[in-house]
Design a protein around this ligand. Structure first.
Ligand SMILES: Cc1cc2nc3c(=O)[nH]c(=O)nc-3n(C[C@H](O)[C@H](O)[C@H](O)COP(=O)(O)O)c2cc1C
Length: 480
């Protein structure tokens, strides 16, 4: 695939690109928001099938779902192959570009205010039978640090409680939660933000990128897009949102009142139980003419939730870790662990114990993985069979395993003590150093390495090296 040098202007341009690649279809018959949309998206996800526009969903907005549900669509979004997408994220983090501000914006073509605000106008599906209600799973929240004003963007699930009430779930380690907690500490009773749906995919892929809490995330968006994003100030608060977004719900969190939020069938493959959370009230709904609303499937891996997190988490985590461990070559944060709970790192330790240091640093990161495995660079971190091979034959459990207790609990961990409030939950993490002990004499055969030391067993098995073997290269086996 040729590299795309110009970012998508908006969500619609991305939808056009998906359509032209045969990755977007229309369903024009009536489709129920109650589980039927989810059924279609699940079917599409299971076959890496096309995104779907549900035109007749009972509202005035076409609903499109599944736009992030496969590797192929991710590569259309990035306009390049996977390696180049990694580089794009890492280069973007080092070359941040500030946003520009406009006063007139397509997202303000329609502004719904006051008594007219009605969440039932939006096509919001219910995804799993025991969900507490319909959920906006595709939106990202823009909020500002109440002291410094630094903007943060990140995806947060949002339950529609009734026509004028929503509730959101923000894990304590994520910035929206930190911003709200700070506002409460400062004595504020409310906190304002905006929920944004339908954007240039590079904005959506920028949301999960791991950065420090003092980062203006819009600059990271600019770095990833290669040009600054156009923002416009909200109508009812000071938060700025992408001018070309499809739909924005401006809101106010009211800390003085709570409502039951949940359950939701989550990315772990389990429901998270309902609990009391602050009430969130929409203060305005703004949208473009002919706006698309977006559905996004979450549930047992792999869904578009996982694919959306995969590249940004892996690339930005690699970038963070390489600052201390420059010999890290690849990182895998696979969907089987929800793209949070399991991290596999390939590195060449430079001194004894460095792999264990990397394990502890990974456990201390905001990814809060539950299992961290470090392997030598000859093991493909994305191939679980190779990783299991390294675990089987390069480790001695009594020597190579670390267990650390009482770490912050992983977001939505179904094994956590759910009777405790989220900020009081802790968990343990397992680290496995599956690299050869430092100092092992490593024999290199092509780009494969293996130990030549007797204490690590027999020599690594090599591919038969028959002199002149290329002359009889078994063409019968090509492509098999
Ligand atoms: C589709 C999607 C939905 C998500 N939903 C939530 C959520 O409901 N609550 C939450 O705390 N994190 C959620 N996350 C994860 C955070 O958005 C992500 O970890 C982000 O990096 C956190 O923001 P921060 O890095 O600014 O702290 C979601 C991620 C994706 C891609």
């Amino acid at each position: 695939m040729g590299h795309r040098t110009v970012p998508f202007h908006d969500f619609r341009e991305f939808l056009d690109a998906l359509r032209s690649h045969g990755e977007l279809i229309d369903v024009d018959r009536p489709v129920a928001l109650e589980l039927e949309v989810a059924k279609a998206l699940r079917k599409s996800a299971s076959t890496a099938g096309p995104a779907v526009v549900f035109t007749d969903n009972g509202t005035g907005f076409p609903l499109v779902g599944g736009v992030y549900n496969s590797r192929a669509k991710a590569l259309i979004a990035f306009g390049c192959d996977e390696d180049a997408a990694y580089d794009k994220i890492i280069t973007g983090l080092g070359n941040r570009i500030p946003p520009t501000y406009v006063t007139e914006a397509p997202v303000h073509q329609n502004v719904v205010l006051g008594d007219d605000v009605d969440l039932a106008m939006l096509p919001v599906p219910r995804y799993s039978p025991d969900d507490g209600g319909p959920y906006i799973t595709s939106g990202f929240v823009v909020s500002h640090d109440p002291e410094t004003g630094i903007p943060d963007i990140g995806h947060y699930r949002c339950e529609i409680v009734d026509r004028k009430t929503m509730s959101m779930m923000a894990a304590p380690g994520h910035r929206f939660a930190k911003n709200m907690a700070k506002a409460q500490r400062l004595g504020h009773t409310t906190f304002r933000g905006a929920l944004v749906v339908g954007v240039d995919p590079m904005i959506a892929y920028a949301c999960p990128i791991q950065t420090t809490d003092d980062t203006d995330d819009w600059e990271v968006v600019g770095g990833l897009r290669g040009e600054g994003v156009e923002l416009v100030k909200c109508v009812t608060n000071d938060v700025a949102v992408p001018a070309h977004a499809e739909v924005v719900v401006e809101f106010e969190v009211d800390f003085t009142e709570t409502v039951s939020e949940g359950p939701l069938g989550e990315y772990t493959g389990y429901y998270t139980p309902a609990s009391a959370k602050p009430v969130v009230r929409p203060t305005a709904i703004t949208h473009r003419d002919g706006a698309y609303f977006q559905a996004l499937l979450t549930g047992r891996p792999t869904t578009e939730n996982h694919i959306l997190k995969l590249l940004p988490f892996e690339a930005s985590f690699t970038h963070q870790m390489r600052q201390q461990f420059p010999t890290i070559e690849r990182v895998s944060i696979p969907p089987s662990g929800g793209v949070f709970f399991r991290v596999v790192i390939a590195m060449r330790p430079r001194y004894a114990g460095e792999a264990r240091s990397a394990i502890l640093a990974a456990m201390g990161s905001n990814m809060r993985p539950k299992t961290v495995i470090v392997v030598d660079p000859d093991v493909d971190v994305h191939n679980s069979e190779e990783v299991e091979w390294a675990l089987a034959f390069r480790t001695q459990p009594a020597r190579d395993v670390i267990i650390v207790g009482d770490l912050p609990g992983g977001a939505l961990d179904p094994t956590a003590d759910e009777s405790l409030p989220p900020d009081q939950r802790t968990g343990s993490a397992l680290g496995i150093d599956a690299t050869y002990p430092y100092g092992t004499v490593v024999k290199t055969v092509g780009d494969v390495c293996g130990p030549a030391l007797a204490e690590h067993g027999k020599e690594f098995v090599e591919v038969a090296d028959v002199p002149g073997w290329r002359d009889y290269d078994f063409p019968e086996l090509d492509g098999k």
